[in-house]
Write a protein that binds this ligand. Structure first.
Ligand SMILES: Cc1cc2nc3c(=O)[nH]c(=O)nc-3n(C[C@H](O)[C@H](O)[C@H](O)COP(=O)(O)OP(=O)(O)OC[C@H]3O[C@@H](n4cnc5c(N)ncnc54)[C@H](O)[C@@H]3O)c2cc1C
Length: 534
């Protein structure tokens, strides 16, 4: 290809969507640059591959800075480094949050056109739903969205137990109502993970106007006369400048996007000068407003081989492989988190503010204890956090790891509501329906009861839910980084179009909303917006 119209930096959940959509126009020359590998291989296809994904596979290897409100604990902070980004390594849970989350983007954050009614067509456009055909769902989109293939009896018992606790059954968290307990839908098609790389890019592999380069790290966006004109890249020991005739589109994720902007001299001028970076454009909001969901969990030991922990033995793993290859069933077809709930931290709250994920094992994620004789995990997260942190550079060297500070529990309400979630999780696990499956609660354990004891325990055990957002926030005020058209304030030909633009996190997992952002961004760029019925 001779020259490029669009350079997309970061082939993650949003970047792959935008690359695929822009290259539908055969006249648009598109280059997609991804620092990680191509994400092919069995581990990325098999749903249960998730069990390896927070332990160092295809990720940047980052950690947080010491968390001031968590007794200076440093948390492992997995972020994807592979084509498909988070969608290639995540737990595949497909949720969107609450309609009110998006309405707040428009009404409280001044993001015109970003309300639920306008955004629903983009969720639907992306979606190829295996089960639901109604106003909330699309069936023809590239992204496979399916019911779990391998739930175990203990998952049904969890759903019953939550109802015994008082949470009603909900067949579709992304439909008319968010709250309730039930099965999650998963980003899978025909028993395989549906990442944005496999769903959006593979069908267009033969396109002559789309070039995908993996193993290429972008060092900076090049700005001339307040206009983005290209990027400087590094691959191996070599460096190269590539120019874009129309736009540079940054989709490097909620940590990677602000990092790249800061490396390019776009950000708070005084902060940049202190690092020895020449400010190209003073934009004080870059890297601010980082927020995330914090996972708190209860682990119970099972009374028998009721969870997938029993498959850790070699002969059972081999049998699981055979089952998967022959029937697309069994443990390897499970994303390990297939049921869950949305509920309220107290009865006075008007929107669901807690999310629960029931894990069919223990030790599924890095840093989480595993039960020697097998267990199950119930994660509880407060999904409307008020705490805000930042992403900063450690130095002017792009190879340096960023300073990631989610600033968990800066706001005491986040801790209070998180603890309320743990108490509910414990209560659910003690209900009648789960008794035949559970020997005893092991974490936090029977001796940990008061708020102070729980705080001490959670400081040591809480983990990220891998949902960072907000660091290049959309809006129109002084600290906003992009406009509602996703253009960087004060610069031409530069957009940011990923999870970093969310002004406020949606109250659930963040992959589907990020894919929606990718779909909408592509339509904004091509001027081809989906019409919303009057
Ligand atoms: C372990 C894990 C589990 C998760 N589980 C779920 C789940 O079950 N359900 C759900 O909805 N959400 C889940 N999420 C969150 C969800 O996947 C993310 O919110 C989403 O993928 C973010 O998309 P993004 O496009 O903003 O960034 P990413 O998908 O992270 O993409 C950014 C891409 O840019 C690349 N990049 C960064 N900097 C550069 C550079 N300088 N040059 C070149 N390339 C660069 C990165 O390598 C990466 O591939 C999970 C995330 C993780 C990490």
């Amino acid at each position: 290809m001779q020259g490029y119209d669009f350079i997309i930096v970061g082939g993650g959940s949003a970047g792959c969507v935008i690359a695929a959509r822009l290259s539908e126009d055969a006249d648009a020359r598109v280059l997609l640059l991804e620092a990680g590998g191509n994400g092919r291989g069995l581990l990325f296809q098999i749903p249960a591959g998730f069990a390896k994904m927070t332990k160092g596979v295809a990720s940047w290897g980052w950690s947080t800075v010491p968390q001031r409100h968590m007794k200076d604990r440093v948390l492992w902070y997995t972020q994807a480094k592979v084509l498909g980004g988070g969608s290639s390594i995540n737990a595949q849970i497909y949720t969107r949050g609450n309609a009110a989350d998006y309405d707040a983007w428009e009404t409280q954050h001044n993001c015109r056109g970003w309300n639920y009614r306008t955004l629903l067509p983009y969720f639907r456009k992306a979606e190829g739903n295996q089960r639901f055909v109604n106003d909330y769902h699309g069936i023809d989109g590239p992204l496979g969205v399916s019911m779990p293939l391998a739930p175990l009896p203990v998952a049904d018992a969890f759903i019953k137990a939550a109802q015994q606790y008082g949470i009603h059954y909900n067949p579709d968290f992304n439909g008319a109502q968010q709250q309730g307990v039930g099965f999650y839908q998963l980003t899978q098609r025909d028993g395989k993970r549906s990442s944005t790389a496999s769903a959006y890019l593979e069908p267009g592999t033969g396109r002559k106007n789309l070039e995908i380069r993996t193993g290429v790290q972008v060092l900076r966006v090049i700005v001339e006369d307040q206009r983005a004109v290209g990027v400087e890249i590094a691959f191996g020991t070599r460096k190269e400048v590539i120019r874009a005739e129309h736009e540079v589109i940054v989709t490097s994720g909620a940590i990677g996007s602000p990092k790249l902007l800061l490396q390019s001299g776009i950000g708070p001028a005084d902060e940049l000068r202190r690092l020895g970076i020449n400010p190209v454009h003073d934009l004080p909001g870059v890297g601010k407003n980082l927020h995330d969901h914090l996972d708190l969990f209860v682990i119970s030991e099972c009374s028998g081989p009721h969870s997938y922990d029993s498959y850790a033995k070699l002969h059972k793993t081999a049998w699981a492989g055979v089952q998967y290859i022959l029937f697309k069933r069994g443990p390897a077809a499970s994303s390990l988190f297939e049921t869950g709930a949305f509920w309220f931290s107290d009865p006075s709250v008007s929107l669901p503010d807690l999310q629960f994920h029931f894990g069919l094992g223990s030790g599924i994620e890095a840093g989480v204890a595993s039960m020697p004789r097998g267990g199950v995990t119930l994660n509880a997260a407060y999904v409307r956090p008020k705490s805000r942190g930042s992403v900063r550079l450690r130095s002017a060297n792009p190879a340096d790891v960023p300073l990631i500070d989610p600033n968990y529990w800066q706001e005491p309400e986040d801790l209070k509501r998180g603890i309320a979630g743990v108490r509910i999780a414990r209560d659910i696990m003690r209900q009648l329906a789960l008794r035949p499956f559970i020997l005893a609660e092991r974490l936090p354990g029977p001796d940990v009861n008061s708020d102070t004891e729980l705080f001490e325990h959670l400081c040591k055990n809480a983990k990220t839910q891998h949902h960072p957002v907000g660091t290049c926030r959309m809006g129109t005020d002084r600290l906003a980084v992009v406009s509602p058209e996703l253009t960087v304030h004060g610069l031409d030909s530069l957009r940011i179009c990923d999870s970093s633009i969310m002004p406020q996190i949606n109250s659930s997992n963040t992959n589907a909303p990020t894919i929606m952002i990718g779909e909408r961004a592509a339509d904004i760029i091509t001027g081809n917006r989906v019409a919303v019925a009057a």
